[in-house]
Ligand binder design. Structure first.
Ligand SMILES: Nc1nc(=O)c2c([nH]1)NC[C@@H]1CN(c3ccc(C(=O)N[C@@H](CCC(=O)O)C(=O)O)cc3)C=[N+]21
Length: 286
Protein backbone atom coordinates (compact mmCIF):
# COMPACT_ATOMS: atom_id res chain seq x y z
CA UNK A 1 0.00 0.00 0.00
CA UNK A 2 1.31 3.42 -0.99
CA UNK A 3 2.42 6.09 1.47
CA UNK A 4 -0.37 8.64 1.92
CA UNK A 5 0.65 12.29 1.44
CA UNK A 6 -1.63 14.04 3.93
CA UNK A 7 -2.68 17.42 2.50
CA UNK A 8 -4.73 18.32 5.53
CA UNK A 9 -1.78 17.91 7.88
CA UNK A 10 0.69 19.61 5.55
CA UNK A 11 -1.67 22.52 4.99
CA UNK A 12 -1.95 22.95 8.77
CA UNK A 13 1.84 23.39 8.80
CA UNK A 14 1.64 25.96 6.00
CA UNK A 15 -1.16 27.78 7.82
CA UNK A 16 0.92 27.90 11.01
CA UNK A 17 3.74 29.55 9.07
CA UNK A 18 1.22 31.96 7.62
CA UNK A 19 -0.11 32.76 11.11
CA UNK A 20 3.35 33.62 12.45
CA UNK A 21 4.10 35.79 9.42
CA UNK A 22 0.78 37.56 10.01
CA UNK A 23 1.76 38.18 13.65
CA UNK A 24 5.06 39.63 12.52
CA UNK A 25 3.48 41.92 9.92
CA UNK A 26 0.98 43.12 12.51
CA UNK A 27 3.50 43.71 15.29
CA UNK A 28 6.32 45.20 13.28
CA UNK A 29 4.51 47.08 10.52
CA UNK A 30 0.99 47.47 11.89
CA UNK A 31 -0.66 45.91 8.84
CA UNK A 32 -3.25 43.13 8.71
CA UNK A 33 -2.67 41.04 5.56
CA UNK A 34 -6.05 41.03 3.86
CA UNK A 35 -7.55 38.93 1.09
CA UNK A 36 -10.51 40.06 -1.01
CA UNK A 37 -12.52 37.25 -2.61
CA UNK A 38 -14.94 38.03 -5.43
CA UNK A 39 -17.63 35.51 -6.31
CA UNK A 40 -19.98 36.10 -9.24
CA UNK A 41 -23.12 33.93 -9.30
CA UNK A 42 -24.17 31.23 -6.88
CA UNK A 43 -22.51 28.01 -7.94
CA UNK A 44 -22.79 25.86 -4.76
CA UNK A 45 -19.32 24.29 -5.10
CA UNK A 46 -17.74 27.76 -5.50
CA UNK A 47 -19.59 28.92 -2.40
CA UNK A 48 -18.04 26.05 -0.41
CA UNK A 49 -14.51 26.94 -1.59
CA UNK A 50 -14.97 30.64 -0.88
CA UNK A 51 -16.32 29.90 2.59
CA UNK A 52 -13.28 27.66 3.29
CA UNK A 53 -10.86 30.36 2.12
CA UNK A 54 -12.43 33.00 4.33
CA UNK A 55 -12.55 30.61 7.32
CA UNK A 56 -8.86 29.69 7.03
CA UNK A 57 -7.87 33.34 6.54
CA UNK A 58 -9.65 34.28 9.75
CA UNK A 59 -8.02 31.40 11.64
CA UNK A 60 -4.60 32.63 10.52
CA UNK A 61 -5.38 36.11 11.89
CA UNK A 62 -5.75 37.64 8.43
CA UNK A 63 -8.40 40.01 7.21
CA UNK A 64 -10.82 38.91 4.52
CA UNK A 65 -13.45 40.69 2.48
CA UNK A 66 -16.08 38.81 0.54
CA UNK A 67 -17.82 40.37 -2.46
CA UNK A 68 -20.78 38.41 -3.80
CA UNK A 69 -22.18 39.67 -7.06
CA UNK A 70 -25.23 38.25 -8.76
CA UNK A 71 -24.87 36.11 -11.86
CA UNK A 72 -25.99 38.91 -14.24
CA UNK A 73 -23.30 41.36 -13.11
CA UNK A 74 -21.88 43.33 -16.04
CA UNK A 75 -18.25 43.48 -17.06
CA UNK A 76 -18.23 47.19 -16.19
CA UNK A 77 -19.47 46.60 -12.67
CA UNK A 78 -16.92 43.86 -12.09
CA UNK A 79 -14.12 46.01 -13.55
CA UNK A 80 -15.11 48.88 -11.27
CA UNK A 81 -14.97 46.61 -8.20
CA UNK A 82 -11.51 45.32 -9.14
CA UNK A 83 -10.35 48.86 -9.73
CA UNK A 84 -11.57 49.79 -6.27
CA UNK A 85 -9.78 46.79 -4.68
CA UNK A 86 -6.59 47.52 -6.65
CA UNK A 87 -6.53 51.01 -5.12
CA UNK A 88 -7.52 50.03 -1.57
CA UNK A 89 -4.29 50.07 0.51
CA UNK A 90 -5.91 47.74 3.06
CA UNK A 91 -6.40 44.97 0.49
CA UNK A 92 -3.24 42.97 -0.25
CA UNK A 93 -4.60 40.06 -2.28
CA UNK A 94 -7.46 39.80 -4.78
CA UNK A 95 -9.00 36.51 -5.91
CA UNK A 96 -11.82 36.39 -8.45
CA UNK A 97 -13.34 32.92 -8.24
CA UNK A 98 -13.26 31.12 -11.60
CA UNK A 99 -15.00 30.09 -13.77
CA UNK A 100 -16.98 33.29 -14.35
CA UNK A 101 -20.44 33.30 -15.97
CA UNK A 102 -20.00 32.99 -19.75
CA UNK A 103 -20.98 36.61 -20.59
CA UNK A 104 -17.91 37.86 -18.69
CA UNK A 105 -14.44 37.99 -20.22
CA UNK A 106 -12.15 36.01 -17.92
CA UNK A 107 -8.91 37.13 -19.56
CA UNK A 108 -9.88 40.77 -19.24
CA UNK A 109 -10.73 40.31 -15.55
CA UNK A 110 -7.45 38.50 -14.80
CA UNK A 111 -5.40 41.16 -16.58
CA UNK A 112 -7.17 43.96 -14.68
CA UNK A 113 -6.03 42.72 -11.25
CA UNK A 114 -2.92 44.57 -10.08
CA UNK A 115 -0.03 42.06 -10.55
CA UNK A 116 1.23 42.76 -7.01
CA UNK A 117 -2.19 41.75 -5.60
CA UNK A 118 -2.67 38.78 -7.95
CA UNK A 119 -2.51 36.02 -5.30
CA UNK A 120 -3.73 33.43 -7.86
CA UNK A 121 -0.66 34.14 -10.01
CA UNK A 122 -2.82 34.24 -13.16
CA UNK A 123 -1.92 37.76 -14.39
CA UNK A 124 0.16 37.67 -17.63
CA UNK A 125 3.05 39.40 -15.84
CA UNK A 126 3.18 36.70 -13.16
CA UNK A 127 2.72 33.95 -15.77
CA UNK A 128 5.66 35.36 -17.71
CA UNK A 129 7.79 35.66 -14.58
CA UNK A 130 7.22 31.98 -13.79
CA UNK A 131 7.81 30.86 -17.38
CA UNK A 132 11.14 32.68 -17.48
CA UNK A 133 12.29 31.21 -14.18
CA UNK A 134 11.74 34.32 -12.07
CA UNK A 135 8.72 33.25 -10.06
CA UNK A 136 6.93 35.89 -7.98
CA UNK A 137 3.31 35.09 -7.10
CA UNK A 138 3.00 31.41 -8.09
CA UNK A 139 -0.39 29.72 -8.76
CA UNK A 140 -1.61 28.11 -5.52
CA UNK A 141 -2.46 24.57 -6.65
CA UNK A 142 0.87 23.83 -8.38
CA UNK A 143 2.72 25.44 -5.46
CA UNK A 144 0.87 23.13 -3.07
CA UNK A 145 1.66 20.11 -5.28
CA UNK A 146 5.38 20.98 -5.12
CA UNK A 147 5.29 21.06 -1.31
CA UNK A 148 3.63 17.63 -1.34
CA UNK A 149 6.16 16.23 -3.81
CA UNK A 150 9.06 17.49 -1.68
CA UNK A 151 7.80 15.31 1.17
CA UNK A 152 8.62 12.24 -0.88
CA UNK A 153 11.39 13.61 -3.13
CA UNK A 154 13.50 16.27 -1.39
CA UNK A 155 15.59 16.27 -4.57
CA UNK A 156 13.46 16.21 -7.70
CA UNK A 157 16.43 16.56 -10.04
CA UNK A 158 16.27 14.26 -13.07
CA UNK A 159 12.88 12.75 -12.23
CA UNK A 160 10.65 11.86 -15.17
CA UNK A 161 7.33 13.59 -14.59
CA UNK A 162 4.15 13.41 -16.64
CA UNK A 163 1.62 16.19 -16.03
CA UNK A 164 -1.75 15.10 -17.37
CA UNK A 165 -3.67 18.27 -18.28
CA UNK A 166 -2.59 21.56 -19.87
CA UNK A 167 -4.74 24.21 -18.20
CA UNK A 168 -3.41 27.68 -17.47
CA UNK A 169 -4.28 27.32 -13.79
CA UNK A 170 -2.70 23.92 -13.10
CA UNK A 171 -1.00 21.96 -15.91
CA UNK A 172 1.17 24.70 -17.43
CA UNK A 173 2.38 26.34 -14.20
CA UNK A 174 2.93 22.88 -12.68
CA UNK A 175 5.21 21.98 -15.61
CA UNK A 176 7.12 25.26 -15.18
CA UNK A 177 7.76 24.61 -11.47
CA UNK A 178 8.88 21.02 -12.13
CA UNK A 179 11.21 22.18 -14.87
CA UNK A 180 12.69 24.71 -12.50
CA UNK A 181 13.29 21.85 -10.05
CA UNK A 182 15.29 20.08 -12.79
CA UNK A 183 12.71 17.44 -13.66
CA UNK A 184 12.23 16.07 -17.18
CA UNK A 185 8.67 17.15 -17.86
CA UNK A 186 6.07 15.85 -20.29
CA UNK A 187 2.68 17.51 -20.56
CA UNK A 188 0.04 15.04 -21.74
CA UNK A 189 -3.48 16.03 -22.84
CA UNK A 190 -6.55 14.87 -24.74
CA UNK A 191 -4.65 14.59 -28.07
CA UNK A 192 -1.61 12.80 -26.63
CA UNK A 193 -0.86 9.41 -28.16
CA UNK A 194 0.02 6.42 -25.99
CA UNK A 195 -0.80 8.37 -22.86
CA UNK A 196 -0.95 5.19 -20.81
CA UNK A 197 2.54 4.02 -21.66
CA UNK A 198 3.91 7.57 -21.22
CA UNK A 199 2.52 7.61 -17.70
CA UNK A 200 3.75 4.11 -17.00
CA UNK A 201 7.33 5.30 -17.60
CA UNK A 202 7.01 8.24 -15.19
CA UNK A 203 8.54 8.48 -11.71
CA UNK A 204 5.84 11.02 -10.89
CA UNK A 205 2.36 11.51 -12.38
CA UNK A 206 0.40 14.71 -11.72
CA UNK A 207 -3.25 14.25 -12.68
CA UNK A 208 -5.14 17.45 -13.53
CA UNK A 209 -7.71 16.56 -16.18
CA UNK A 210 -11.03 16.99 -14.39
CA UNK A 211 -12.38 13.52 -15.21
CA UNK A 212 -13.44 11.31 -12.32
CA UNK A 213 -11.15 8.32 -11.70
CA UNK A 214 -9.64 8.63 -15.19
CA UNK A 215 -6.24 7.17 -14.31
CA UNK A 216 -6.07 3.58 -13.09
CA UNK A 217 -3.36 1.24 -11.81
CA UNK A 218 -2.37 0.04 -15.32
CA UNK A 219 -1.02 3.56 -16.02
CA UNK A 220 1.29 3.67 -13.02
CA UNK A 221 4.81 2.33 -12.63
CA UNK A 222 5.17 0.35 -9.38
CA UNK A 223 6.55 2.66 -6.70
CA UNK A 224 5.78 5.89 -8.59
CA UNK A 225 4.44 9.03 -6.85
CA UNK A 226 0.93 10.14 -7.83
CA UNK A 227 -0.43 13.65 -7.19
CA UNK A 228 -4.19 13.88 -7.75
CA UNK A 229 -5.37 17.44 -8.45
CA UNK A 230 -8.89 16.47 -9.52
CA UNK A 231 -11.92 17.17 -7.36
CA UNK A 232 -15.00 15.63 -8.99
CA UNK A 233 -18.39 15.21 -7.38
CA UNK A 234 -19.97 11.93 -8.40
CA UNK A 235 -23.17 10.16 -7.43
CA UNK A 236 -22.79 6.86 -5.58
CA UNK A 237 -26.14 5.23 -4.75
CA UNK A 238 -27.79 8.65 -4.57
CA UNK A 239 -25.07 10.10 -2.38
CA UNK A 240 -22.63 12.86 -3.40
CA UNK A 241 -19.05 11.71 -3.17
CA UNK A 242 -15.80 13.55 -3.98
CA UNK A 243 -13.28 11.65 -6.07
CA UNK A 244 -10.08 12.64 -7.84
CA UNK A 245 -8.85 12.12 -11.40
CA UNK A 246 -7.16 8.97 -10.11
CA UNK A 247 -8.85 5.67 -9.28
CA UNK A 248 -7.51 5.80 -5.74
CA UNK A 249 -8.30 2.24 -4.71
CA UNK A 250 -6.43 0.53 -7.55
CA UNK A 251 -3.60 3.08 -7.88
CA UNK A 252 -2.79 3.08 -4.14
CA UNK A 253 -1.90 -0.61 -4.50
CA UNK A 254 0.90 0.02 -7.03
CA UNK A 255 2.08 3.57 -6.32
CA UNK A 256 4.85 4.37 -3.83
CA UNK A 257 3.07 7.49 -2.60
CA UNK A 258 -0.29 9.10 -3.39
CA UNK A 259 -2.41 12.10 -2.39
CA UNK A 260 -6.03 11.46 -1.31
CA UNK A 261 -9.20 13.29 -2.39
CA UNK A 262 -10.54 14.95 -0.34
CA UNK A 263 -7.78 15.95 2.09
CA UNK A 264 -5.02 16.20 -0.49
CA UNK A 265 -4.29 18.98 -2.96
CA UNK A 266 -7.46 20.99 -2.07
CA UNK A 267 -6.39 22.07 1.43
CA UNK A 268 -2.85 22.78 0.14
CA UNK A 269 -4.31 25.15 -2.47
CA UNK A 270 -5.93 27.19 0.29
CA UNK A 271 -2.75 27.14 2.40
CA UNK A 272 -0.71 28.48 -0.52
CA UNK A 273 -3.33 31.11 -1.30
CA UNK A 274 -2.90 32.55 2.19
CA UNK A 275 0.87 32.20 1.94
CA UNK A 276 0.74 34.23 -1.28
CA UNK A 277 -1.39 36.84 0.47
CA UNK A 278 1.25 37.36 3.19
CA UNK A 279 3.96 37.55 0.53
CA UNK A 280 1.94 40.09 -1.42
CA UNK A 281 1.37 42.12 1.77
CA UNK A 282 5.07 42.14 2.59
CA UNK A 283 5.99 43.34 -0.89
CA UNK A 284 3.44 46.11 -0.69
CA UNK A 285 5.18 47.52 2.41
CA UNK A 286 7.65 49.68 0.54
N1 LIG B 1 -9.50 32.19 -8.93
C1 LIG B 1 -9.60 30.93 -8.47
N2 LIG B 1 -8.63 30.42 -7.68
C2 LIG B 1 -8.73 29.15 -7.18
O1 LIG B 1 -7.83 28.68 -6.46
C3 LIG B 1 -9.90 28.38 -7.49
C4 LIG B 1 -10.87 28.98 -8.32
N3 LIG B 1 -10.69 30.24 -8.80
N4 LIG B 1 -11.98 28.31 -8.64
C5 LIG B 1 -12.25 26.98 -8.13
C6 LIG B 1 -10.99 26.23 -7.81
C7 LIG B 1 -11.19 25.06 -6.89
N5 LIG B 1 -10.43 25.35 -5.70
C8 LIG B 1 -10.42 24.54 -4.56
C9 LIG B 1 -9.72 24.85 -3.43
C10 LIG B 1 -9.79 24.05 -2.30
C11 LIG B 1 -10.56 22.91 -2.27
C12 LIG B 1 -10.65 22.08 -1.06
O2 LIG B 1 -10.15 22.42 0.00
N6 LIG B 1 -11.32 20.91 -1.12
C13 LIG B 1 -11.51 19.99 -0.01
C14 LIG B 1 -12.92 19.45 0.01
C15 LIG B 1 -13.99 20.50 -0.09
C16 LIG B 1 -15.40 19.92 -0.18
O3 LIG B 1 -15.79 19.19 0.74
O4 LIG B 1 -16.11 20.20 -1.18
C17 LIG B 1 -10.54 18.81 -0.13
O5 LIG B 1 -10.12 18.52 -1.25
O6 LIG B 1 -10.27 18.18 0.88
C18 LIG B 1 -11.26 22.58 -3.41
C19 LIG B 1 -11.16 23.38 -4.55
C20 LIG B 1 -9.81 26.55 -5.85
N7 LIG B 1 -10.10 27.09 -7.04
Amino acid sequence: MAQLIDGKQLSDQVLQEVASEVELLKGKYDIVPTLAVVLVGEDPASQVYVRNKVKRATEAGMGSIEHRLDAETSQNTLNALIDHLNNDPEVHGILVQLPLPSHLNEDEVIASIHPAKDVDGFHPLNVGALASGRPSLVPCTPQGCMIMLRQVHPDLSGKNVVVVGRSNIVGKPMAALLLQANCTVTIAHSRTRNIESLCRNADIVVAAVGRAEFINADWIKPGATVIDVGINAIDVNGKRKLVGDVDFESVARVAGAITPVPGGVGPMTIGCLLLNTTRAARRQLA
